[in-house]
Design a protein around this ligand. Structure first.
Ligand SMILES: Nc1ncnc2c1ncn2[C@@H]1O[C@H](COP(=O)(O)OP(=O)(O)OP(=O)(O)O)[C@@H](O)[C@H]1O
Ligand SMILES: [Mg+2]
Length: 133
């Protein structure tokens, strides 16, 4: 599936719609360059799951949690990850539970379950982004 987004709001909408199709237990690996729209997507995803939270990038903390929606959402950003042990330190594997959704920016920086859903974000011209999964 490939969707074209023409604005940050449209990318949030793609995330919002995704929230209505995804089941608990999903591990979403969000892959794309800096500024490609991964965090915008997660803002929409969280809203679509019914969270009222203000989603911000977990760049320095590795993970933010949004527990007020119909399925708990854990949002990771592995951009600054230097070594696997940093994930062990936060107990990363224990987040990958069947009753939650994990959305992992830069998910290609670690090994994830085979069942992960990879979502790719690419730049088009100007504000265009191509989102595919
Ligand atoms: N169509 C679009 N979709 C998403 N973001 C867009 C779009 N057009 C412009 N933008 C801008 O691009 C930026 C996307 O930022 P965002 O934080 O979502 O990227 P990211 O992929 O999470 O990057 P990082 O790897 O740094 O976390 C925002 O500043 C947003 O306003
Ligand atoms: Mg981001």
């Amino acid at each position: 599936m490939t969707v074209r987004s023409g604005s940050p709001g449209q990318t949030r909408r793609i995330g919002y719609d995704f929230a209505h199709r995804v089941a608990s237990g999903a591990v979403l690996s969000l892959v794309g360059d800096l500024g490609a729209g991964k965090t915008e997507f997660v803002k929409g995803l969280a809203e679509g799951l019914g969270s009222a939270a203000n989603v911000t990038s977990p760049t320095f903390t590795l993970v933010h949690q949004y527990l007020d929606g119909r399925i708990p959402l854990y949002h990771f950003d592995l951009y600054r990850l230097q070594a696997e042990w940093e994930l062990d330190e936060i107990g990363f594997q224990e987040y990958l539970r069947p009753d939650v959704i994990c959305a992992i920016e830069w998910g290609n920086k670690t090994s994830l379950p085979e069942t992960k859903i990879s979502i790719r974000f690419e730049f088009g011209s100007a504000e265009t982004r191509i989102v595919s999964w």
